[in-house]
Design a protein around this ligand. Structure first.
Ligand SMILES: [Zn+2]
Length: 239
């Protein structure tokens, strides 16, 4: 397979659920194209969605595979965003894997940001409106969590997902779409199939932003309040 051919997408489902699964999971190829544009080529040679007859509390993913419950076939945006989220983990989680559990936002924040990218692509809002909804939700919650080191109890707290995604949104707003997209693509390309940590991402973003004409340390300065302080920063606006 060359980088220009889409990876094949397979579906494993019982006959009784087949029609619903084809409907609910039918946009995965488009999602893959969307994410391949934003992040670079899909990192595996195939992708398989497995649907269980049982209800699952949450979907699960592993390298080149996601598992959904029969309850995830509603076709609602709430379910579709999970389909996008799990697919995004092929880049952020499976191709680039955290070195330390503290850095879980490198998986979940990126996957949540990917939901917004797909939401914008598929007509469920703009990137900014989806980010703002998440920010408003966070504003109502306790500000007692540090994204870059949440501790084992809060590792999968929803605030990690949303604040992690907002960290990327803030960086996007600070450097602009073009530099941001280049920065994410090169992050994936340079670390594909290896381990990463938060310090590596901050260094990478700083290098890329500085090469694009931003002051030294600009990217890090934008992200650190989101990652390392419990207080919720103001909603990011464009430069
Ligand atoms: Zn996830």
């Amino acid at each position: 397979m060359t980088d220009h051919e889409p990876a094949p997408v397979f579906l494993a489902v019982s006959p009784a659920l087949q029609d619903r699964a084809l409907e609910a999971l039918g946009r995965q190829t488009e999602m893959m194209a969307c994410f391949s544009w934003h992040f670079g080529p899909y990192p595996f040679d195939r992708y398989t969605a497995v649907v269980t007859d049982d209800v699952l509390e949450i979907p699960l993913e592993a390298a080149s595979l996601s598992i959904f419950g029969s309850n995830h076939l509603t076709g609602s945006w709430a379910a579709e965003r999970l389909v996008a989220h799990e697919l995004a983990h092929q880049w952020f989680g499976n191709a680039l894997t955290l070195r330390r559990w503290q850095d879980i936002w490198l998986h979940e924040g990126f996957a949540c940001y990917s939901e917004w990218l797909w939401g914008a692509e598929s007509g469920h809002g703009t990137l900014a409106s989806l980010a703002r909804t998440a920010w408003r939700g966070l504003a109502l919650k306790a500000k007692d969590l540090v994204v870059a080191d949440p501790g084992p109890e809060l590792m999968f707290d929803d605030r990690i997902y949303k604040r992690g995604a907002l960290t990327l949104f803030a960086l996007n707003r600070a450097v602009g779409d073009e530099v941001f997209t280049d920065l994410i693509r090169s992050w994936v390309a340079e670390h594909r199939h290896s381990s990463v940590d938060t310090g590596m991402f901050l260094d990478h973003a700083d290098r890329q932003a500085e090469a694009a004409g931003h002051p030294a340390g600009h990217a890090r300065a934008v992200m650190l309040p989101w990652l390392c302080e419990p207080a919720l920063p103001a909603f990011p606006t464009s430069r």
